[in-house]
Design a protein around this ligand. Structure first.
Ligand SMILES: *[C@@H]1O[C@H](CO)[C@@H](O)[C@H](O)[C@H]1NC(C)=O
Ligand SMILES: *[C@@H]1O[C@H](CO)[C@@H](O)[C@H](O)[C@H]1NC(C)=O
Ligand SMILES: *[C@@H]1O[C@H](CO)[C@@H](O)[C@H](O)[C@H]1NC(C)=O
Ligand SMILES: *[C@@H]1O[C@H](CO)[C@@H](O)[C@H](O)[C@H]1NC(C)=O
Ligand SMILES: *[C@@H]1O[C@H](CO)[C@@H](O)[C@H](O)[C@H]1NC(C)=O
Ligand SMILES: *[C@@H]1O[C@H](CO)[C@@H](O)[C@H](O)[C@H]1NC(C)=O
Ligand SMILES: *[C@@H]1O[C@H](CO)[C@@H](O)[C@H](O)[C@H]1NC(C)=O
Ligand SMILES: *[C@@H]1O[C@H](CO)[C@@H](O)[C@H](O)[C@H]1NC(C)=O
Ligand SMILES: *[C@@H]1O[C@H](CO)[C@@H](O)[C@H](O)[C@H]1NC(C)=O
Ligand SMILES: *[C@@H]1O[C@H](CO)[C@@H](O)[C@H](O)[C@H]1NC(C)=O
Length: 546
C-alpha cells in the first residue's frame, strides 16, 4: 500500500530545508543554457508556436521558464511529476533499457524521463490535428525541461545511490553529493573560472562550438532513428554510459564521509517535515545527560548532536530499494469504522506478516537500542538507524490518521479542500493544520510555536498530565496504548463530519489544532521518556519485549 502522507514537524533544521531549492535538478543554469541553445535553432513555424504556448511571465523567452518543472515538483498538486525527472537504472550495469528501467518506485510503467519526453511530444504533435484537452503550455515546459534532464548523465544513474544523490563528496572545500556536482557545481565553477560569471558568455561559447568545432557532429546529434518525432532512448543510453565513465569513476561512495548525504536527497516527497522536527526538538530538550551523550555518539558528526536534523530520514529513504520494507512501518490499517486497534488483528503488512506496523516497529527498534547498554560487542544492529527509526515512528504513531481505516488509507484517498487549495484528509493532519497554525498564529516562527507547546506542558494547560503521558510499564503495551489513542482521535475528530469533496476551514482548524499540538507534545515527552530509559546508566524501568 502506498502511504503518501508522512508526518509533521521545523526548528533548527530549517537551515537544511532551505538547501532544497538549490538541488532540485540539472541546475537552473544548465536548463537555461539548453533551452537558450534550442531557441536559437528553431524554425520560424516552431518559434511562433512556442511563443504562442509560453506563459506571459516568460515574456517570449522559453529559457526563462525552463526550470518551472523543478520549481513545482514538491508542491502537493505536482508531486506525481517527481519521478519524471530521471531514470533509475540497474546498479553497476552501466546500461539503460526502457522496459526494465522506465518506471517509478511503485512500478508504474512509463513514469521516467524518457517516458515523459514521449508523452509530452505526443501531446504537442497532437495539437496540429485537434485540441484534445492537453495543456500545451505545460507540455512545452515539461518537454523542454526533461530534454535537459535526460542529458545530465547522473539523471540516468544507479538506483542504489539515487543517481549519485547519496554519494557524499567534496567539491573543492564544499561538502555536497555527486549528483549535485553534475547538476550545478561543475557549471558554476566553469562560469567563475572561464566566463567571468556570465552565463551568456558560456552559452555563446557553446553556440560557437556548435557552428564550428562540432558542426560535423550535429546531424548525428539531431538524428532520430526511423520516423519518430522524438527518440529519447539513445540519449538516456549516452547519459548512463557517461555517468559510468566520468561521474562514478572518480567518486565512490564512502571516499569521504559516506552515509547520511540523504538529508540532501531531493527526489523524495519532501513534505510533512514540520511535525517530526518539532517533536524531536521537544524530546531532545527533555533528555537527561546519559541519553544526550549516547545520542551525540550515535548521530553523524555533522549534525552536531541535533536529533531533529535527521528525524525525517525514514521518510526520505522509504522508497529506496534497500529500505523498501520500511514503508509499511509508518502506519497501521485498522478495520473500517471499527474505531479500535487490536495488535494481533491489525499489526501486520498486507501479506499478513506479523509485527509490520508502526507499533511493531517501535518495539523492534527500542529493543535494538536496549542492546547499546550491553556494550560495543553487539554489532547485529545499526543503532544509528534504530535511533532515527524510533524517533520518527514515535511521531507517526501520535499522528491520529496514521492509525486510520484500511479502505481510505488513513484518509489519503479522501480528497478535499483545505481552505482554497486541494488536499486530502491524511495530509490535513500530517501538515496542513501545523502550517496554518504557524502562519496564522505564530507569524511563521516555528521556534515560537515550539516554545508555546513546551510552555503548555511545563507550566500551562497540560502540566498536570505529564505523569500520565509518561506512564509506561512495558514495551509491549505502550505502543499499543498510543495507537489506540490515535485511532480514537481519528474517529472522534479526524473522520468526523468529513466527506469526500468537503471543504475544511476555520471550524475544523480551530477545533482540531489544539489536538494536533497536544499529540506533538505527547509524542515528544514519550520519545524522551523512552530514550532516557534506554540509555540511562542508573535506572532500568523499561522491560524489553522479547
Ligand atoms: C510494465 O512493463 C513491463 C516491461 O515492458 C511489462 O512486463 C509489464 O507487464 C508492464 N506492466 C504494466 C502494468 O503494464
Ligand atoms: C502524460 O501527461 C499527462 C498530462 O500532463 C499526465 O497526466 C500523465 O501522467 C503523463 N504520463 C507520463 C508517462 O508522463
Ligand atoms: C496551463 O498550465 C499553466 C501552468 O500550470 C496554467 O497557468 C494555465 O492556466 C493552464 N492553461 C489552461 C488553459 O488550463
Ligand atoms: C569550445 O571549444 C573550445 C576549443 O576546443 C574549448 O576550449 C571550449 O572549452 C569550448 N567551449 C565550451 C563551452 O565547451
Ligand atoms: C541516424 O540513425 C540511423 C538509425 O539509428 C542510422 O542508421 C544512421 O546512420 C544515422 N544517421 C546519422 C547521420 O548518424
Ligand atoms: C516512415 O514513414 C513513412 C510514411 O509515413 C512510412 O511509409 C515508413 O514505413 C516509415 N518508416 C519507418 C522505419 O517507420
Ligand atoms: C579519475 O580516475 C581516472 C582513472 O581511475 C584517473 O586516471 C584520473 O586521474 C582520475 N581523475 C581525478 C581528477 O582524480
Ligand atoms: C549505520 O547506518 C548509517 C546510515 O545508513 C550508515 O551511514 C552507517 O555507516 C551505518 N553504521 C554502521 C556501523 O554500519
Ligand atoms: C526490525 O528491524 C530490522 C532491522 O534492524 C528490520 O529488518 C525488521 O524488518 C524490523 N521489524 C519490524 C517489525 O520493524
Ligand atoms: C497553549 O495554551 C494556551 C492557553 O490554553 C492556548 O491558547 C494555546 O493555543 C496553547 N498553545 C499550543 C501550541 O498548544
Amino acid at each position: 500500500m502506498v502511504r503518501v502522507g508522512q508526518f509533521w514537524l521545523i526548528g533548527r533544521a530549517i537551515v537544511v530545508l532551505q538547501l532544497f531549492p538549490a538541488i532540485l535538478g540539472w541546475g537552473k543554469e544548465g536548463h537555461y543554457a539548453t533551452c537558450k541553445i534550442a531557441e536559437g535553432l528553431l524554425s520560424e513555424d516552431a518559434l511562433a508556436a512556442v511563443k504562442g504556448y509560453l506563459p506571459d511571465s516568460a515574456e517570449g523567452d522559453l529559457a526563462a521558464v525552463c526550470s518551472w518543472p523543478d520549481e513545482i515538483r514538491h508542491d502537493f498538486h505536482w508531486r506525481w511529476t517527481g519521478p519524471l525527472h530521471y531514470i533509475d537504472t540497474a546498479d553497476f550495469r552501466c546500461n539503460y533499457d526502457y522496459c526494465r528501467d522506465c518506471h517509478d518506485s511503485y512500478g508504474h510503467n512509463d513514469s521516467c524521463v524518457t517516458g515523459a519526453i514521449n508523452n509530452y511530444t505526443m501531446q504537442l504533435s497532437s495539437a496540429r490535428h485537434a485540441a484534445i484537452g492537453y495543456n500545451l503550455t505545460e507540455a512545452l515546459l515539461f518537454l523542454s525541461h526533461f530534454i535537459g534532464d535526460v542529458h545530465q548523465p547522473l539523471h540516468v544513474g544507479f538506483t542504489g545511490d539515487a543517481g549519485g544523490n547519496s554519494v557524499v563528496v567534496h567539491w573543492y572545500h564544499r561538502k555536497t553529493n555527486l549528483h549535485h556536482v553534475w547538476d550545478n557545481m561543475i557549471i558554476e565553477s566553469a562560469l567563475k573560472m572561464f566566463y567571468s560569471s556570465d552565463l551568456s558568455n558560456m552559452i555563446q561559447s557553446i553556440q560557437k562550438n556548435i557552428s564550428d568545432r562540432w558542426s560535423n557532429d550535429i546531424s548525428s546529434w539531431a538524428n532520430c532513428s526511423s520516423n519518430d518525432t522524438v527518440c529519447p532512448d539513445p540519449y538516456a543510453s549516452e547519459s548512463i554510459s557517461l555517468a559510468c565513465k566520468f561521474a562514478y569513476r572518480n567518486a565512490t561512495h564512502g571516499t569521504t564521509l559516506g552515509g547520511f548525504a540523504f538529508i540532501l536527497e531531493p527526489r523524495v516527497h519532501a513534505w510533512s517535515k514540520e511535525g517530526h522536527i518539532m517533536m524531536c526538538n521537544i524530546a531532545q530538550n527533555l533528555l537527561e545527560h546519559d541519553a544526550q551523550h549516547v545520542i551525540q555518539n550515535l548521530l553523524p558528526d555533522y549534525v552536531d548532536g541535533d536529533l531533529s536534523a535527521l528525524c525525517t530520514w525514514p521518510d526520505q529513504i522509504r522508497h529506496w530499494y534497500k529500505y523498501r520494507r520500511t514503508s509499511s512501518l509508518h502506519f497501521i490499517d485498522t478495520p473500517d469504522n471499527a474505531c479500535s486497534f487490536d495488535y494481533q488483528r491489525d499489526c501486520h503488512d498486507p501479506h499478513g506478516k506479523k509485527d509490520i506496523c508502526v507499533a511493531g516497529a517501535i518495539k523492534n527498534f527500542t529493543t535494538q537500542l536496549l542492546h547499546y547498554k550491553e556494550g560495543s560487542s553487539d554489532r547485529r544492529y545499526n543503532l544509528t538507524e534504530a535511533l532515527l527509526f524510533l524517533s520518527h515512528f514515535m511521531g507517526d504513531i501520535h499522528q491520529p490518521m496514521h492509525v486510520g481505516f484500511t479502505s481510505d488509507e488513513g484518509g489519503n484517498t479522501i480528497e478535499l479542500h483545505w481552505y482554497r487549495h486541494k488536499s486530502n484528509l491524511h495530509h490535513v493532519w500530517d501538515r496542513e493544520i501545523i502550517l496554518t497554525a504557524a502562519k496564522e498564529l505564530y507569524g511563521q516562527d516555528y521556534d515560537l510555536l515550539l516554545e508555546d507547546i513546551e510552555g503548555n506542558f511545563t507550566d500551562g494547560l497540560w502540566s498536570d498530565d505529564i505523569p500520565s503521558w509518561k506512564e509506561c510499564s512495558d514495551l509491549f503495551s505502550c505502543p499499543t496504548k498510543w495507537a489506540v489513542g490515535s485511532i480514537n482521535i481519528a474517529c472522534k475528530w479526524g473522520y468526523k463530519g468529513v466527506e469526500d469533496g468537503a471543504t475544511l476551514g476555520d471550524d475544523y482548524f480551530n477545533s482540531r489544532m489544539p489536538i494536533v499540538m497536544k499529540r506533538l507534545a505527547q509524542g515528544g515527552v514519550r520519545l524522551a521518556m523512552i530514550l532516557n530509559n534506554v540509555f540511562s546508566h542508573s535506572h532500568e524501568e523499561l522491560a524489553a519485549a522479547t
